[in-house]
Design a protein around this ligand. Structure first.
Ligand SMILES: [Zn+2]
Length: 264
């Protein structure tokens, strides 16, 4: 399914505005003109989000419900991918067991030229976070989708009968942090996890705590066992960040102490 003309027009116009507001351009601009562009930018982003379709990407191993998210497979210039996006993203359609999803992207040696804003896609091959799987009742499901350009997006979705305490969850795929809410549902803290990515999936496949869906299986049949198509994949284990048509590699998280979002 191609990105609609309307969605593409929104993204193209947004790029123009971002360029106009960037650096010297904004300084030379009248304040009113800059404010108008910022307002237009926000409207464009909200319109783009409304046009995204929910796509089934995983299935709950506890109750069998689909997990549907609005992942934009048409290109990494889609604001859905941005590490930070100034407008709210559409909520996922899921059962109550779904906790969070992490991800990885195999770029097949390409550098997606469309990327403009910073997009953090993680490693090229799937992994698990041991800490999350150590929660009582936690299970994970691995699946894979293709972008329109043929890149593979791996989704590792976590489910549990007993929800993860929010401070013990994890930021979603492609994001740097997640919000901790107070009793009134207001944002209290920004939490950032640095859990090591564990690429040896066998121990978890053996216990059945990790199951998988064959790549691009739209019927989302849950399968188990070691003989998965996710075994022995080649690709970087570093953190890939896309920006302005280039791919930069950064050190993967390694259980380091959080400093950026330290609480006081
Ligand atoms: Zn469920």
């Amino acid at each position: 399914m191609a990105r609609s003309t309307q969605q593409q027009a929104i993204i193209d116009r947004h790029k123009q505005i971002a360029e106009a507001l960037d650096g010297c351009g904004a300084l030379k601009m009248e304040q009113n003109a800059a404010t108008d562009l910022e307002t237009e930018e926000e409207y464009l982003l909200m319109e783009y989000m409304e046009l995204l379709d929910h796509i089934p990407v995983s299935r709950c191993p506890i109750c069998g419900a689909d997990l549907k998210v609005t992942i934009d497979l048409a290109g990494f210039d889609g604001p859905w991918w941005w590490t930070t996006c100034p407008v709210d993203l559409p909520t996922h359609k899921s059962c109550q067991h779904f906790q969070v999803f992490l991800g990885a992207v195999h770029l097949r040696g390409t550098e997606p030229e469309e990327s403009s804003e910073s997009v953090m896609v993680g490693p090229a091959i799937p992994f698990v976070v041991t800490r999350l799987l150590e929660h009582p009742t936690a299970k994970a499901v691995l699946s894979a989708l293709k972008t329109h350009e043929g890149h593979t997006v791996f989704i590792i979705a976590y489910y549990a009968e007993k929800p993860f305490p929010q401070a013990e969850s994890h930021q979603e795929f492609r994001h740097e942090s997640y919000a901790l809410l107070d009793d009134q549902g207001e944002i209290e803290f920004s939490e950032h996890k640095h859990d090591r990515w564990e690429f040896d999936l066998d121990p978890w496949l053996e216990t059945g705590q990790l199951t998988w869906i064959a790549p691009e299986d739209t019927s989302l049949i849950l399968r188990s066992g070691l003989e998965s198509p996710y075994k022995g994949l080649d690709g970087t284990k570093m953190n890939q960040v896309l920006e302005y048509g280039e791919v930069d590699l950064y050190e993967a998280p390694h259980d380091q102490k959080d400093t950026k979002f330290e609480r006081h």
